[in-house]
Design a protein around this ligand. Structure first.
Ligand code: AMP
Ligand code: MG
Length: 385
């Protein structure tokens, strides 16, 4: 297996393997005598994550495959510079313009991704909110290396951020140009970039004539086609030690599915014995802490990535409503102390499951039903270290 570094700078290898690949997928030389096909593997480093590209392809198409993989590499490399919120590049230029109250001309791809992110933010009622960049910065979660040991930001600074309500709906598209009605916006696509990268990589492979692939971005996977006659299989790993063992279930993935997990403990700051996760509740300005991991199956990586982040923020009470709002019905939520909830459709997908989960219906929260306020889920000021 060859590790091809497409980024020269030192980066954190975030091997967030909540989801492991099973069935010999990690082996580049798995071949099938019957079909003349075999598994090819290439690794790239993008957005702080190892992106594993596995292609099931005919053995006699090595040259075409090399060309396809080179195209993937070039595109991922460009995307890393285009979409990184905290390194010099296009997104920083866009953010600087929005902050200065200027409008900026977007490429068609930029316009489409920002609009997509805005729609996903709206569908999750702002729980997925990539306009939280300034808050991410306040908490120090823009760092390359984790864990951190910095204290939480000053409560007044969080309140100041909250009072400005940076929101994707503040963005105004005027033809090819973008501006913001709110200068507190700083776009951070950390919650969606890996998903988008998997979609782009799979599309490039497909366009080069390779429809059977699995793209694994640090445990988040996008499945296209099949591995010979067998489906790709994805193992769901326990988020922490309280689950006795690593693999808690296996999902035989179907073609065209993205299986993504967000977790609260791989990137965090630990201070005075308390861990603060890198996923932030935009309503409170504080990290989520109720749920340890959220796994979701969606029709594409971009949606799955945003959804997993939003489900973490939604917490135990609201995850069914957030899933329903996104039109997704396969969700698995795990808590640190062994709590487990999932949807009926997810229950049907799990094989070899060691989980005993409460199955909950996905129905939107009624308008009259009071929503759990962000404050209920967050530590009170006097409880903070
Ligand atoms: P993920 O691991 O996909 O859940 O993404 C987490 C990353 O998304 C963080 O490192 C932040 O850069 C960013 N982020 C944190 N909280 C949010 C949120 N509520 N909405 C959107 N992006 C977020
Ligand atoms: Mg995400």
């Amino acid at each position: 297996m060859r590790m091809r570094m497409i980024i020269n700078k030192k980066m954190t290898l975030w091997l967030g393997v909540f989801v492991l690949l099973l069935g010999g997928v990690g082996c580049a030389d798995t071949s099938s005598e019957n079909t003349g096909e075999r598994l090819y593997s290439r690794q790239y480093l993008v957005f702080g994550t190892v992106l594993d590209v596995l292609v099931w392809a005919p053995e006699n198409q090595q040259q075409a495959l090399d060309e396809a993989l080179l195209a993937v590499e070039q595109r991922l490399n460009a995307m890393h510079h285009q979409w990184h919120a905290w390194k010099p590049g296009r997104l920083q230029a866009i953010n600087a313009a929005l902050r200065a109250g200027r409008s900026i001309e977007l490429t068609e791809e930029e316009r489409q991704l920002i609009q997509r992110a805005r729609a996903l933010s709206e569908q999750t009622q702002g729980r997925f909110n990539p306009a939280v960049g300034e808050l991410v910065h306040l908490w120090g979660f823009h760092a390359d290396e984790f864990p951190l040991h910095s204290p939480p930001p000053d409560a007044a600074a969080i309140e100041q951020w909250r009072s400005q309500h940076p929101d994707m709906q503040n963005l105004v598209f005027e033809g090819k140009r973008l501006r913001s009605r709110n200068r507190a916006i700083w776009l951070d696509f950390g919650g969606i970039a890996k998903g988008y990268a998997t979609d782009v990589a799979a599309a490039i492979l497909r366009n080069h004539g390779f429809p059977n692939s699995i793209i694994n971005a640090g445990g988040d996977v996008l499945v296209s086609g099949k591995k010979g006659l067998k489906p790709w299989r994805v193992a769901v790993r326990a988020p922490d030690g309280s689950w006795q063992g690593e693999v808690v279930a296996v999902i035989p993935a179907k073609a065209g599915e993205a299986i993504f997990t967000s977790g609260n403990y791989q990137r965090y700051t630990e201070y005075n014995g308390t861990r603060y996760a890198h996923i932030l509740d935009p309503r409170s300005g504080w990290p989520v802490k109720a749920v340890a991991s959220a796994t979701v199956i969606a029709p594409d990586g971009t949606t799955a990535d945003a959804a997993a982040t939003a489900l973490m923020v939604a917490g135990w009470r609201d995850w069914p409503a957030v899933a329903a709002g996104l039109g997704l019905n396969q969700v698995l939520m795990l808590g640190a102390s062994g709590r487990c909830e999932m949807s009926a459709a997810m229950a049907q997908r799990l094989s070899r499951s060691r989980l005993h989960c409460q199955v909950r219906p996905l129905k939107p929260v009624a308008a009259s039903e009071p929503r759990q306020s962000a404050a209920q889920e967050q530590p009170k000021p006097q409880e903070r270290p």
